[in-house]
Ligand binder design. Structure first.
Ligand SMILES: NC(=O)c1ccc[n+]([C@@H]2O[C@H](COP(=O)([O-])OP(=O)(O)OC[C@H]3O[C@@H](n4cnc5c(N)ncnc54)[C@H](O)[C@@H]3O)[C@@H](O)[C@H]2O)c1
Length: 267
C-alpha cells in the first residue's frame, strides 16, 4: 500500500515507535513515503525490533537505526538524538508519539504524586526533551535543495483530550494540553529558522493503549458513541495526518493542532 503523501527525500525520527500503535504506523508510513533513513525508539526493545522488521519488509534498502530507551530520561533523549544526527547527518522529520495513559480511570484524589510525575515525565517532559534535542539538530542544517523554505518539521502527538476533557483522566488531559501549547510556542520561536512545529490530536484510536485493558474498553465506549462517526480510528488514519503535516504540501501550516477524531470535538 503506497501512502498518498510524497515526502521529499529526508531523514525521519519517531519516538514510541514499537508495537502496533500510532508510532509504528507513522514509522511504516515514512517507509512507504520515500524516506531512506529512519530512526526509531521506544522503551520496549522487543516491539521496537518488530517495527524495524516491518519497515524492512516495506523496503529492505531503508537504513533503520533503532535504539530502545526511556523518553523521560534526559541523557537518553539527548544521546539518542545526537547519535541519529551523527549517523545520518541531518534530521528532516521528527514525530513524538511516546506516551502513556497512566491508568484506566483515575480521578485526582485517587492519583499518587509519583504516578502523576511519571505520567508527566513521559507525556509532557518526554515530548519537551525530544523537541529540544530535535530543534538543536535541525538548527545545525540547511534546508534541502528541493524544499528551500523548510529546515525541518516536527509533529507532536497530543490528543483530543488536550482540547476537551473526559471523566477519570485529569492528569492525562493536562499533559496533552501542555503538548498542544508547547507546540504552538515552539512554532513561534522557530518559524524564523524555517522549522515548522505542529501536533495531531487523535480521538479514540484502536491501539494497545485503548484495547489491552477491559476497564479501558468499557470507559471509552461513551466517547466512541458520542463522536459523529461512532467508531475507533486506525493508527494509519493518524499516520496519514502526521505525514501530511511533515510534507511540503503543508508548508504554510505552523503551530496547528490537527484533530483526527471522527468528529468528537465538534460537540
Ligand atoms: N490510542 C488512542 O486512542 C490515542 C488517542 C489520543 C492520543 N494518543 C497518543 O498517541 C500516542 C501513541 O499511543 P498509542 O495509542 O499508539 O499507544 P501505544 O501504547 O501503542 O504506543 C505508545 C508507545 O509509547 C511507548 N512508551 C511508553 N512509555 C515510554 C517511555 N517512557 N519511553 C519511551 N517509549 C515509551 C510504548 O512502549 C508504546 O510503544 C501516545 O502519546 C498517546 O497518548 C493515543
Amino acid at each position: 500500500m503506497a501512502s498518498f503523501v510524497r515526502l521529499l527525500p529526508g531523514i525521519a525520527v519517531v519516538t514510541g515507535a514499537g508495537g502496533t500503535g500510532i508510532g509504528a504506523a507513522v514509522a511504516k508510513g515514512f517507509a512507504r513515503s520515500g524516506c531512506s533513513k529512519i530512526a526509531i525508539t521506544d522503551i520496549n526493545p522487543k516491539t521496537l525490533d518488530q517495527t524495524k522488521d516491518a519497515i524492512l519488509r516495506i523496503n529492505p534498502s531503508i537504513h533503520v537505526f533503532n535504539k530502545p530507551g526511556d523518553i523521560a530520561d534526559e541523557s537518553f533523549v539527548d544521546s539518542f538524538n545526537d547519535e541519529v544526527f551523527s549517523r545520518f547527518s541531518r534530521l528532516d522529520y521528527a514525530v513524538n508519539c511516546a506516551g502513556v495513559l497512566g491508568g484506566d480511570v483515575i480521578k485526582a484524589v485517587e492519583m499518587t504524586t509519583d504516578a502523576f510525575d511519571r505520567l508527566n515525565n513521559i507525556n509532557y517532559k518526554g515530548s519537551w526533551l525530544s523537541c529540544r534535542a530535535q530543534l538543536r539538530n535541525m538548527l545545525k542544517q540547511q534546508p534541502l535543495q528541493e524544499h528551500p523554505r523548510q529546515r525541518g518539521s516536527i509533529v507532536n502527538i497530543a490528543s483530543q483530550l488536550g482540547i476537551v476533557a473526559r471523566p477519570g483522566a485529569a492528569a492525562y488531559c493536562a499533559s496533552k494540553a501542555a503538548i498542544i501549547n508547547m507546540t504552538r510556542a515552539n512554532a513561534i520561536d522557530y518559524s524564523d529558522d524555517g522549522i515548522r512545529v505542529n501536533c495531531v490530536c487523535p480521538g479514540v484510536i484502536e491501539t494497545p493503549m485503548t484495547t489491552t485493558s477491559k476497564a479501558m474498553v468499557e470507559a471509552l465506549k461513551p466517547a466512541i458513541d458520542i463522536a459523529p462517526m461512532k467508531r475507533m480510528g486506525t493508527p494509519e488514519e493518524v499516520a496519514d495526518a502526521v505525514l501530511f503535516l511533515c510534507s511540503a504540501q503543508a508548508s504554510f501550516i505552523q503551530g496547528h493542532a490537527l484533530v483526527v477524531d471522527g468528529g468528537y470535538t465538534i460537540n
